[in-house]
Write a protein that binds this ligand. Structure first.
Ligand code: DGL
Length: 271
């Protein structure tokens, strides 16, 4: 592998595609001294409709790759992969894994209307984690769930501002608003890249809840406990090595909306 030398205090991050970059942008804020490796499994995106066993085997293969490349901790920056694979990954590998979970708890606690919307993939809604979170934290709150079919592709291909993207969002968001939701949980890491469009449809009084900052903070805490946080700030443009099993272009385009001058040399194809 060319590019920056990787060490053991490296943060591994993966998602089915570019969505995990919404978590990565929070991780580089709280861990400015640690190198990171990001894998977009674009060749297998979207994960949402895939059987659990297939997502587990993708997650295992990518985790092996990240560990080979020095990751001492892995952030599963994908709600669907967390729901399907986190137990297996923790069982197989001897490093910490941090997962995503739709932010139902903060949304339910701050809701005044006591109605919240959750937009996620089918795999996430079927997961044990999501359902136990609902039981624990959403009692007395009406939860309007919508599977965001098609939205991952819209983000992957940069079509957020097209008629098709807007129509899909209207179909999912309007019923939540109609039922009185004052919070919408972004239950897939791709959806923060649609925040602007979602807010336009939802209107002013509706808060979008993205769990990424809390996940980044949790990752920092685990690393700090393990003495893995490096204090000396690295140039952000050289901090992360990006890999994609499919389109490297999608990854570059979205990563550059966060750090515009990211260098070509830091993006590679993963076989
Ligand atoms: N970013 C993934 C998530 O958080 C997208 C899942 C998919 O590929 O369907 O769930």
């Amino acid at each position: 592998m060319s590019g920056p030398v990787l060490q053991n205090n490296i943060v591994g991050i993966f998602d089915s595609g570019v969505g995990g970059l919404s978590v990565w942008r929070e991780l580089i804020k709280v861990l400015p001294g640690n190198k990171m490796v990001y894998v977009s499994d674009n060749a297998y995106s979207p994960y949402g409709p895939r059987p659990q066993s297939e997502i587990v085997s993708r997650a295992v293969e990518i985790s092996e790759f990240l560990i080979r490349n020095g990751a001492g901790i892995i952030v599963i920056a994908c709600n669907t992969a967390t729901a399907a694979a986190i137990d297996e990954l923790r069982w197989r590998f001897d490093i910490p894994f941090v997962g995503m979970e739709p932010a139902v708890k903060p949304a339910a606690q701050s809701s005044k209307s006591k109605v919240i919307g959750v937009l996620a993939t089918k795999g996430t809604f079927m997961g044990r984690l999501y359902n136990s979170t609902l039981r624990r934290f959403a009692t007395g709150v009406r939860v309007v769930e919508k599977v965001g079919t098609g939205l991952v592709d819209v983000v992957e291909s940069g079509r957020a501002d097209t008629k098709e993207g807007r129509e899909l969002l209207e179909k999912y968001i309007r019923p939540m608003i109609k039922k009185g939701a004052d919070h919408i949980v972004l239950g897939c890491t791709h959806y923060p890249f649609l925040s602007e469009q979602i807010s336009q449809i939802a209107g002013e009084g509706v808060t979008l809840v993205d769990p990424a900052p809390a996940v980044a903070k949790h990752t920092f805490e685990i690393m700090e406990k393990g003495g893995l946080v490096l204090k000396e700030r690295i140039n952000q443009l050289e901090q992360t090595k990006f890999f994609s099993t499919g389109s490297v272009e999608n990854l570059k385009r979205v990563a550059r909306t966060i750090l515009p001058s990211l260098d070509e040399g830091f993006f590679e194809h993963m076989d």
